[in-house]
Unconditional design. Structure first.
Length: 233
């Protein structure tokens, strides 16, 4: 071996010849790929499958629609429900919603509204009743109220009221302890008459009180007072 080659190799250390300096490009170290975990892959596939099944169930539930009865016009408490007040719609109905099915529409026509019905709402069996606002032994008396006598609270069928007799000028006041009061219930409240603003309210009172109440109305000596909820019937 020539001296030039010996100098390039460099001196030996502890009998082991030294490595020469590399003269070409150095290749990057190889990085081994991570070992795949079969359990993690299986879990991922299971989650994807479960999610897909949930979407399918949701789509199926959404696609299941039911024909139900809807309200198309305002119906006040106590008013008779007509076929023109109702419509139908196809909706995805939650089991908790007890709406009247379209096939049962004839069962609610002719009954009375137990609550105020608003257009666009679904009709439930609990919102209708077969009871009349005029019971046996009662009579309906129309009471005309001037604008200043009409309560600010809107009158609605079924509300309990008291009709109070207010003596006219020159009329003797009732004896002390006597009560010129008639308990009644609103059957229907009309709209204010153009020009006068008078509102006619039909009230149901006992047949024994009806003639007296009608006399008060004729002499314009009656005032209407609203009872608190749960007051005397």
């Amino acid at each position: 071996m020539s001296k030039t080659k010996d100098r390039a190799a460099g001196p030996a250390v502890n009998g082991i010849p030294a490595q020469g300096q590399p003269t070409g490009p150095v290749a990057p170290p190889r990085v081994s790929a991570r070992r795949r975990r079969p359990g993690l892959i299986a879990l991922s596939l299971a989650l994807i499958a479960a999610g897909g099944a949930g979407v399918v169930v949701l789509v199926l539930q959404t696609g299941h629609r039911t024909q139900v009865v809807t309200v198309t016009r305002d119906v006040q408490v106590g008013e008779v429900i007509t076929d023109a007040d109702l419509g139908e719609a196809s909706v995805a109905l939650d089991p908790a919603v007890k709406a009247v099915k379209a096939g049962d529409r004839d069962e609610v026509v002719g009954k009375r509204a137990a609550v105020e019905l608003r257009p666009g709402s679904l009709l439930a069996h609990s919102q209708v009743t077969s009871r009349s606002l005029v019971n046996a032994g009662e009579q309906v008396v129309p009471v005309g109220l001037k604008p200043e006598q009409v309560p600010a609270t809107a009158l609605a069928p079924g509300q309990k009221v008291r009709l109070v007799h207010v003596p006219a000028q020159g009329e003797d006041a009732p004896a002390k302890g006597s009560q010129d009061v008639v308990a009644a219930r609103v059957v229907k409240a009309g709209a204010a008459a153009p020009g006068t603003g008078v509102v006619v309210v039909d009230v149901a009172a006992k047949a024994s009180d009806a003639p007296r109440l009608a006399a008060w109305v004729s002499s314009e000596t009656v005032r209407l007072v609203l009872d608190a909820p749960g007051g005397t019937k």
